[in-house]
Design a protein around this ligand. Structure first.
Ligand code: C2O
Ligand code: CU
Length: 473
């Protein structure tokens, strides 16, 4: 069987999984991992076709190095900043201490150019998580700064191998360079910085080798600034076994496919039931009339292996406290603004401004009547709500805009209790997608103190007012 380049990257990045975890005991000395944020170049076109694209990246790669840990391990991750501007790392979905959350002026000072910061990374939960800067995210992620974190379950669902697909969409100019249109008002006020080149693990769509009869665990992570993906697998019938890192189901993937808003993850088990020699499309159909083939499974000529007889086993739940809905603190999060609807007036740094007035300063969005710019050293730092430690919050997210907003909460995993558009998915999430005019109710236990950020994970929305934080004390 000839591996494509993609296949090689997938296998090298994620290792060939076996039923047994690689190591069985947690060593006393925390491992140290070093990540250098710097400029680099990646080859987007196949070998020989075209040159390299200048990017910003961790250790010269996009995605950055995979951080792989066992559940319950603590790692020291040393970030070295060789960029020309400040940066930080947020550990998306990993429930750790607030001081390690990576949010500038909220949980730490930004790491200046030439500076370093050591994150103490806890891994209480098994699952698929990721890391990325939390300052100038549109530019820093849009140029390639992100990577995956996989925390292995003590007893992972069995599969022949495990593959990671980090999804993104580069916005490239005609020379194949990252388009310099960062900070564009049109992106911020509409759907965000959508790209024009969908990639898996940093490089454009490709074929992915498979053997008839094998079972694959496919970890999907959407690292795009703004693009929502909805993947369908032609003639395959995957199971969902985890969402946003936390075990779910297993249940069969609905016919509509798996939807991944920016920030979201899904772990699938796919029995490779295609015919030897066959090719099957993996398509993305989230945006109306824009379905395209993202990738394809290309089967080796043969022979087929015996198919797996049993459905996948559920993995053990992570130790996330269950919301106490009878004593929950209600919280409203009303999202307003953006092109088409705007808002009447909103507060911006203590002043009342019109939508035009806010737009003139580059802000387009408000949460509960206030535009919330990224925090700054001297600026206001007012929580959306103060929550007693240990309390359950039941938040109602109301999207009064004409746009999608994947709302991401730091620090806590939540259940989706209801949605106005359809039945909620079961499981635990850190990001929930709300469509235009839609509502979602979520519940979570505020079991760790600190100032915990929330924001729209469309990074151009986050930076133009759709953000804030909860204070848990
Ligand atoms: Cu993945 Cu606050 O972000
Ligand atoms: Cu948004």
């Amino acid at each position: 069987m000839k591996f494509s380049r993609r296949m090689f990257l997938g296998a090298a990045g994620a290792a060939w999984a076996s039923a047994a975890p690689a190591l069985s005991s947690v060593s006393a000395e925390p491992r140290t991992v070093r990540l250098t944020a710097r400029k680099g170049a990646v080859r987007l076109a196949p070998e020989g076709a075209g040159g390299e694209t200048p990017v910003w990246c961790y250790d010269g790669r996009v995605p950055g190095p995979l951080i792989r840990a066992r559940r319950g391990e603590t790692l020291n991750v040393e970030l070295i900043n060789r960029l020309d501007e400040p940066t930080s790392i947020h550990w998306h979905g990993l429930r750790g201490a607030n001081a390690m959350d990576g949010v500038p002026y909220l949980t730490q000072a930004p790491v200046p150019p030439g500076g370093a910061f050591t994150y103490k990374l806890e891994t209480p939960d098994a699952g698929t998580f990721w890391y990325h800067p939390h300052i100038a995210g549109s530019r820093q992620l849009g140029r390639g700064l992100y990577g995956a974190v996989i925390v292995d379950a003590p007893e992972p669902a069995a599969a022949d191998r495990s593959v990671l697909w980090v999804l993104d969409d580069w916005r490239l100019d005609k020379n194949g360079a990252v388009h310099e249109s960062f900070g564009a008002a049109h992106d911020a006020s509409h759907a965000g910085r959508l790209g024009n080149t969908a990639v898996i693990n940093g490089s454009p769509r490709d074929v992915f080798g498979a053997v008839s009869g094998e079972r694959i665990r496919l970890r999907l992570l959407n690292a795009a600034n703004a693009r929502v993906f909805r993947l369908k697998f032609e003639d395959h019938n995957p199971w969902v076994i985890a969402r946003d890192g936390h075990p779910a189901g297993p249940y069969r993937l609905p016919a509509g496919g798996v939807t991944l808003a920016p920030g979201q993850r899904a772990d699938l088990i796919i029995d490779m039931t295609g015919a030897p020699g066959g090719e099957y499309a993996v398509s993305d159909s989230y945006y109306p009339r824009q379905t395209y083939r993202l990738a394809a499974f290309k089967y080796a000529a043969g022979p087929a292996r015996a198919p797996w007889p049993e459905p996948p086993r559920a993995e053990a739940a992570n130790p996330v406290p269950e919301p106490d809905l009878r004593n929950a603190l209600p919280l409203d999060m009303t999202l307003e603004g953006g092109a088409m609807r705007g808002f009447q007036t909103a507060e911006l740094n203590g002043e009342e401004v019109s939508f035009r007035g806010a737009a003139a300063r580059g802000y387009f969005w408000a949460v509960n009547g206030a535009v919330r710019p990224p925090l700054s050293p001297g600026g206001p730092k007012i929580p959306l709500a103060e929550i007693p430690l240990g309390r359950t919050v039941k938040a109602r997210i109301v999207n009064r805009t004409a746009w999608d907003h994947p709302v991401h909460l730091h620090g806590f995993a939540f259940r989706v209790l209801s949605r106005s558009d359809r039945a909620p998915e079961s499981g635990l999430f850190d990001t929930v997608l709300t469509g235009p005019g839609q509502e979602a109710e979520i519940a979570f236990v505020c079991d760790r103190p600190g100032d915990w950020a929330f924001h729209c994970h469309i990074l151009e929305h986050q930076e133009s007012g759709m953000a804030g934080f909860l204070r848990v004390a």
